[in-house]
Design a protein around this ligand. Structure first.
Ligand SMILES: Cc1ncc(COP(=O)(O)O)c(C=O)c1O
Length: 399
């Protein structure tokens, strides 16, 4: 039989999607499963978004559309950038794709040759590493432990950058840790980046989900000199409750946006018109629900943290954004649950799913095998029940 391309030996399915699928399958088999796995916000898009999709359907031409995105979407995004204080961007600077995941994939394809170095603070969103592996890039993980609240320091970044470094990938607020960088922390990183000629990708998709009045601080605001190397990523998935609609956006120097448009013309051609119209309506429409959503998520965060603080053997830096908690559970490695030794995060997750019907993602998928990721954007009753079961699991551990 003919063989697959060599790169497929480096390709692996998304760990998060696999666990989410496993949880769904168990549910279909009648098991009582609560999924804290995939990062899906627990709300639907606003009515005006559906209306825009319906209107677009009525006017559908059935034709191919511009690979950058239709003007209505590009304009909405440009206005949102402007409203958020990112001025001076024009159509030539932006492009859209099938979700931020596809935008990142295409972007890294455009930036990285085989063996080029990409710096990724760890813990990281699994897909960063997956894409880097597929492209055979040389990824350097910058380890940020729970003791440093999973945040990268300027000293670490300074030490990691070498003349071989081509791309720095920054994600704030962070998936999987929920950490949010303060203005001073962002500025300190920006000051280091200013000294080195590397591309900076800022994955900002959780920028509206910030609690405790922390504020969203962007490298481009603290260090405007980074502008000609800065690539900003956004998505409608989390902020507008539209993960399945699949629209991601990018704002960057013209050369980068053009590369994305060229690659779109070789791959997806365009994002579907109905989807683009719905995304435009979400981005251009009222944004006040974001505040309501944040209140809701921060209450859930408090509930998660209340449970974490009760459990012996867990250290969990307090998340201040997104909807994830990333407890370090390494203190219980070596203990037994119903006769099974919890050797590592993988065994922990298997046992938790098997015995308590709770799906969480092992930290090793995010580059930190001491931890697990809890996505707490589920229904309130599920969260309460799931946390109760998690606590029970820990109380059943034996030496
Ligand atoms: C940090 C981060 N970036 C990008 C994405 C991808 O978002 P999208 O649904 O737009 O592909 C995710 C999704 O979970 C994410 O957590």
């Amino acid at each position: 039989m003919p063989v697959l391309a060599e790169r497929m030996s480096r390709a692996k399915p998304s760990a998060i999607m696999m666990i989410a699928e496993q949880a769904k399958q168990l549910k279909r088999e009648g098991r009582d499963i609560i999924s804290f796995s995939v990062g899906v916000p627990n709300f639907l898009p606003a009515n005006h978004v559906y209306q825009a999709a319906k209107d677009a359907l009525e006017q559908d031409s059935g034709l191919y559309l511009p690979g950058r995105g239709e003007d209505v979407l590009i304009d909405a995004y440009l206005q949102r950038l402007e409203a958020n204080g990112f001025t001076g961007y024009a159509k030539k600077n932006v492009a859209s794709g099938i979700g931020a995941k596809h935008v990142l994939y295409t972007l890294l394809y455009a930036l990285l040759n085989e063996g080029d170095e990409i710096l990724i603070p760890a813990p990281f969103w699994t897909t960063y590493q997956d894409i880097a592996d597929l492209l055979d890039a040389n990824s350097k993980q910058l380890k940020c432990s729970s003791e440093q609240n999973y945040k990268l320091t300027a000293e670490q970044l300074e030490q990691a950058i070498t003349p071989a470094s081509k791309v720095f990938l920054f994600n704030n607020p962070s998936n999987p840790t929920g950490m949010v960088y303060s203005e001073a922390e962002v500025k300190a990183l920006g000051d280091v980046l200013e000294k080195h000629d590397i591309w900076v990708i800022s994955d900002d998709i959780y920028n509206r989900m910030i609690f405790d009045k922390m504020g969203f601080h962007h490298l481009l605001k603290t260090n405007p000199n980074l502008r000609d190397r800065m690539i900003m990523i956004d998505s409608i998935s989390k902020s507008y409750g539209m993960p399945g609609w699949r629209v991601g956006m990018m704002a960057a120097p013209e050369k980068i946006a053009s590369a994305m448009v060229t690659l779109n013309s070789n791959s997806i051609t365009n994002i579907p018109g109905v989807v683009g119209a719905a995304a435009a309506a979400a981005i251009a429409g009222p944004q006040d629900f974001a505040d309501e959503m944040c209140v809701e998520f921060s209450k859930k965060r408090d509930e998660v943290m209340a449970t974490m603080s009760k459990i012996n053997g867990i250290t969990c830096p307090k998340p201040q954004g997104a909807f994830y908690a990333f407890p370090d559970i390494s203190a219980i490695f070596g203990k037994k649950h119903q006769g099974v030794i919890i050797e590592n995060d993988m065994v922990f997750c298997e046992q938790l799913l098997k015995n308590k019907g709770i799906a969480v993602v092992p930290g090793s998928a995010f580059g930190e095998p001491k931890a697990i990721r809890i996505s707490y954007a589920c229904k309130p009753a599920e969260l309460t029940e799931g946390l109760k079961r998690l606590e029970a699991f820990f109380s059943e551990l034996e030496v």
